[in-house]
Design a protein around this ligand. Structure first.
Ligand code: IMP
Length: 190
């Protein structure tokens, strides 16, 4: 089966392509499709907006993911606002800096967090399949590791004590990650 990816993020595309390899032929998002405004109030809504934009532009089944980092001590923030946590044009480094500042006085045992991903596949006949993936862990005191992207260098997954996602190879991350779990779930529903 062929699916067009809605992500404009090359890191996400690479992860998705690896996880789906041998099962789905994941086509890259065509460059000419303009940016899709992600202004829904939750991850499901944003994933659906992205899938709709790509499905309408290509006429092909589209797959979209939306991800949020939910931090317990911040009552679930940044959540759906994770991409623009430090401002509308914020980059990964600025978002991490804001997160670590907000948590500056929070001790390690209260730094619980999780990544949550919603994946949506939208078909031209308007049928929809969705799946959720969650990985629990903690926010590190300082960034560690140069691999991955986004908040990876400050997320310590429960499954790999003492290491951030930024210190894991792609295949190590994909095996336990929110995106890996959501994609395995959606494959099971196809
Ligand atoms: P979006 O799903 O592309 O809107 O991502 C929301 C925010 O979460 C962005 O700042 C991403 O960089 C970040 N993000 C998404 N997936 C991951 C991940 O797997 N690791 C670390 N950060 C991520």
């Amino acid at each position: 089966m062929k699916l067009v990816s809605a992500t404009a993020n090359p890191h996400k595309y690479k992860e998705m392509k690896e996880i789906l390899s041998g099962k789905i032929d994941l086509l890259p998002r065509p460059d000419e499709i303009p940016e899709i405004v992600e202004d829904a109030s939750d991850l499901n809504g944003n994933a659906l907006l992205k899938a709709q934009g790509i499905m309408k532009a290509t006429g092909l089944p589209a797959i979209a993911d939306d991800t949020g980092l939910e931090v317990e001590a911040l009552n679930g923030a940044p959540g759906v606002h994770s991409a623009r946590y430090a401002g509308p044009d914020a980059n990964g480094g600025e978002n991490i800096e804001k997160l670590l500042n907000e948590l500056a006085s929070v001790p390690m045992n209260e730094r619980g967090a999780r990544f949550r991903t919603i994946i949506v596949i939208l078909f031209p006949d308007r049928s929809i399949i969705t799946a959720e993936g969650i990985v629990s862990g903690k926010i590190a005191l300082t960034p560690k590791g140069k691999l991955g992207f986004g908040y990876d260098s400050v997320f310590l997954p429960e499954e790999v004590p003492g290491k951030t996602f930024g210190e894991l190879t792609n295949s190590e991350k994909n095996r336990i990650s929110h995106r890996g779990k959501a994609l395995q779930g959606i494959i099971g529903k196809l």
